[in-house]
Design a protein around this ligand. Structure first.
Ligand code: DAH
Length: 513
């Protein structure tokens, strides 16, 4: 306990100490009195009090008082009497007055006679029947005595500075007057009072000295030697501080950069390709037949502008056509249909990054280690799992002796660097044989999920490109990976620019601000 108290004392600001001392000497002191006696300004008193209260050293009470006074109308009523009183006075002499004569007989303003009638009825001082206002017995009683509201009115008139406290009777009068418009002024006044709590008592008992303290060691302190005499106030390193959200990379960008680094570490070079590509590179070069389902309008975005793309080297086109139709010299019989150049010319938004690999193979000599990361486009309907635009990463290795085992090895290494355990299951793609899909293990879900496709490019792909060495290739979606990494259930979150999510999402792996 005492250690705690000592620590608390060491962290007290000089204003807090002054305030506490003053309260000890003068427990009833108001903030204004404290300010006067300590030489602090009222703001410092209040902030020191707030700080002491937050540490349970004192208790702060806030009292709100209502101060009543009369408005100008109220003062006039107090002077002349309430309108129903003035009518009652007239009725006391005459018993009954016709409504139409009310104003002239009583001197009550025409506008006010209606209000007066209302109150005469409410107070049961008069009856109104067939235009005639007649005093009641009750009214007669009141002719010579004041009602509670009138007493309050008188009292307020006599205490023109304002009244804070009323007797019960006067309070009833206040309630009645408050039922009328524009008679009472109510001003609210807030005052504070303090009480030392047991912890405050303990601090006072322990004792402390009030000495000007420095909060920071400054250059000047060091230069002129002040630091030797100054007392420095310790920091409370557990105090809550405002949260600061530093600017950071978008989570998706973080993963993309991380993937790029992994490939570069593994000795791959980057190729980016184009968003707009010919169907030739996107499909035909991958031995995807021209009637393949993936080419359908509902799966692929075809462009109007440009409507077509140039085809590459005519030898390559011819060889590709032949391979599709008959298999040419690849050892296969091809797809057995008439290949169309027009279909191959169609321009598409690339549906995957795999076309970059075939183009790269055509343009480069093995050995090749290439990767690409970029957007791909598919005609998907938006939902929690699908977007018409997303990212893929693609890898390609081509060279003497490259085998399916190398493919599995590269993938294992790649996923390991991303922090996942991987397993493989057989799959089919028109452009690879053998083909596989990689699955990664999710600890939290205790299950395997599919992340990407891979395989050895078929001779039907490689031969027309002029490549006679084996090539392994793999591709996968990046958003999926991001969803797993950041625990996002809805893929759209990655594109929503939800500032709260962006601020809070921890970029625990690959953080680069
Ligand atoms: N292009 C495939 C897709 O979009 C993924 C893929 C499969 C890429 C097999 C490859 C591969 O390189 O060999 O789903």
């Amino acid at each position: 306990m005492s250690e705690d108290i000592k620590k608390t004392i060491s962290e007290l600001h000089i204003y807090e100490k002054k305030l506490l001392k003053e309260l000890e000497a003068n427990p009833e002191a108001t903030p204004e009195e404290i300010a006067k006696n300590t030489g602090m300004d009222i703001k410092s008193v209040m902030s020191a009090a707030g700080s002491l209260a937050s540490k349970d050293i004192i208790e702060m009470h806030k009292d709100v008082e209502e101060i009543y006074s009369l408005t100008d109308d109220g003062k006039e009523y107090a002077e002349k009497g309430l309108p129903e009183r003035r009518i009652l006075n007239a009725l006391a002499n005459k018993d009954r007055i016709h409504m139409k004569d009310l104003s002239t007989e009583t001197g009550v303003d025409k506008k006010e006679t209606n209000i007066a009638i209302g109150w005469l009825r409410r107070k049961n001082w008069a009856n109104i029947d067939k235009g005639m206002v007649t005093i009641t017995d009750f009214g007669k009683d009141f002719a010579s005595k004041m009602d509670v509201d009138e007493e309050t009115l008188d009292y307020l008139k006599a205490n023109a500075d304002g009244v804070r406290l009323f007797t019960d009777d006067l309070l009833n009068g206040v309630k009645k007057l408050a039922g009328r418009k524009n008679i009472l002024n109510v001003k609210k006044e807030t005052s504070h009072s303090f009480k030392i709590l047991p912890k405050g008592e303990a601090i006072l008992e322990e004792g402390f000295i009030i000495k000007e303290q420095a909060t920071q060691l400054t250059h000047q302190h060091l230069k002129d030697g002040q630091w030797k005499d100054l007392e420095y106030r310790p920091y409370d390193i557990n105090a809550e501080a405002p949260v600061i959200f530093a600017g950071k990379k978008h989570p998706l960008r973080v993963i993309i950069d991380e993937i790029r680094d992994i490939f570069l570490d593994m000795g791959f070079v980057e190729d980016n390709g184009e968003y707009v590509e010919s169907a030739f590179w996107n499909f035909d070069s991958l031995f995807q037949p021209q009637d393949h389902a993936a080419r359908e309008m509902q799966d692929t975005f075809y462009l109007k502008n440009p409507l077509t793309c140039d085809l590459p080297d005519m030898d390559l086109v011819k060889l590709t056509a032949e391979t599709h139709e008959t298999g040419a010299d690849t050892g296969s019989i091809g797809w057995q249909y008439d290949w169309s150049e027009d279909i191959a010319r169609q321009s598409v938004l690339r549906t995957h990054t795999t076309g970059i690999s075939t183009k790269h193979l055509f343009e480069h000599e093995p050995p090749i280690k290439m990767f690409s990361v970029g957007r791909v486009f598919r005609r998907e309907t938006f939902d929690y799992k699908h977007l018409p635009e997303f990212h893929q990463v693609e890898g390609l290795v081509c060279g003497e002796g490259i085998s399916y085992q190398n493919l599995l090895g590269v993938l294992k290494e790649f996923y390991k660097k991303l922090g996942f355990e991987v397993r493989f299951r057989p799959a089919y793609f028109p452009y690879t044989y053998l083909s596989t899909e990689s699955e990664i293990y999710l600890e939290e879900k205790e299950s395997w999920i599919e992340l990407g496709g891979a395989g050895m490019f078929r001779p039907e792909v490689l031969k027309p490109l002029g490549i006679d060495q084996p090539a392994l290739a793999f591709g996968m979606g990046i958003e999926r990976l991001a969803m797993i990494r950041y625990d996002v259930e809805d893929i759209r979150m990655l594109y929503k620019s939800d500032i709260n999510w962006l601020r809070e999402v921890p970029l625990d792996k690959g953080v680069r601000l």
